[in-house]
Design a protein around this ligand. Structure first.
Ligand SMILES: Nc1ncnc2c1ncn2[C@@H]1O[C@H](COP(=O)(O)OP(=O)(O)OP(=O)(O)O)[C@@H](O)[C@H]1O
Ligand SMILES: [Mg+2]
Length: 317
């Protein structure tokens, strides 16, 4: 879908921002870029939609070199949520959302309909369509920014810290909504964040950057447990591990009762947990009660196996 081959870029002479970077974003991936401030995340995102040109190397979108794309067609294929939301203050929310459709020949009725559909998709009431950006909270604006990026139904969506201005609780809600949008609309997403937990929660592939280079990339398992880069190890560290325990569900590590040392059975279980809870709930329950294992039931109450501290370490992450 998006391919970078040996891409380098600098704004000023002798100050490379992106260094010989290679990256493939495949169709349907949710790629999260994470790294310290100034490492080149926004620059990389802007290169993906042609806002910044590389000095050398090749960028391909859907197999075709970026410079061969007609800019308007490219814009229709790539939605962009910019770092500071950037709604047009003089336009209503409805006009802001439908803005990307202005460059296409779309009737006013279709634009209105699309704005209505999208405002619902990002979890805001329809009456927000008539409001102006200064009447919205930071989090509401960020929802509108996401709706706007989806307006032309692009296959690729680039999001630059789209939840930066949202408090922790609303952040979780919006993250769940982004996951729902990603899963239901079948998009390819490249998402920038500073927040390690957000990266571990959202990314099907996590890319750790530093000083214009990719230090490590892979699934959350790779990033948390098998990183070969010292930088990525330090950067993700225990915070990444805790996030992992908070996000991965017990259902992914269930053991059969006879798979546990000591051959226990269902009848020995005094404590039970639901399979949909995160690992950290199971670990905490074991530690608080001084036991090594607890029973696991699914949401319907059916027994599905055990959660065992010993088995955890034997699992291949
Ligand atoms: N227009 C510009 N002219 C010159 N230097 C720039 C320009 N835009 C960005 N830079 C520099 O390029 C580097 C990378 O910037 P970029 O915005 O890509 O970082 P970032 O990883 O997105 O950081 P943040 O996490 O703070 O958003 C920084 O050192 C920045 O100062
Ligand atoms: Mg940035």
């Amino acid at each position: 879908m998006i391919e970078f081959r040996d891409v380098s870029q600098q704004y000023e002479a002798e100050k490379p921002i992106i260094r010989n970077l290679n990256l493939i974003v495949s169709q349907g991936e949710f790629v999260v870029l994470i790294g310290p401030s100034g490492c080149g995340k926004t620059t990389l995102l802007k290169m993906m939609n042609g806002l910044i040109k590389p000095d050398s190397g090749e960028i391909r979108i859907k197999g075709k070199e970026l410079k061969e794309w007609d800019p308007i067609t490219l814009k229709r294929n790539i939605g962009y949520v910019i770092q500071q939301v950037g709604l047009f203050p003089h336009l209503s929310i409805e006009k802001n959302i439908a803005y990307a459709l202005d460059i296409q020949k779309v009737s006013e009725t279709v634009k209105k309909e699309r704005a209505r559909e999208l405002i619902q998709l990002v979890g805001l009431e329809e009456n927000y369509l008539a409001k102006y950006p200064n009447e919205l909270s930071g989090g509401q604006k960020q929802r509108v920014g996401i709706a706007r990026a989806l307006a032309a139904d692009p296959e690729i969506i680039l999001m630059d810290e789209p939840l930066g201005a949202v408090d922790q609780i609303n952040r979780g809600v919006l993250q769940d909504e982004i996951i729902r949008i990603y899963q239901t609309l079948n998009k390819t997403i490249v998402f920038v964040t500073h927040d390690i937990e957000e990266a571990i929660k959202l990314g099907t592939k996590i890319v750790v950057m530093n000083q214009g280079e990719i230090m490590e990339m892979g699934s959350r398992d790779t990033i948390v447990f098998h990183s070969k880069s010292h930088f990525a190890d330090d950067f993700i560290g225990n915070k990444g591990f805790l996030s992992y325990l908070n996000i991965v569900k017990i259902e992914q590590v269930i053991c059969p009762f006879d798979g546990i040392n000591g051959n226990i059975s269902e009848k020995d279980m005094t404590l039970w947990v639901t399979a949909a809870e995160p690992l950290i709930v199971g670990i905490r329950m074991c530690l608080e009660n001084g036991v090594n294992h607890i029973g696991v039931r699914d949401v319907a109450g059916q027994v599905v196996g055990a959660f065992d501290l010993g088995c955890l370490s034997r699992l291949k992450f």
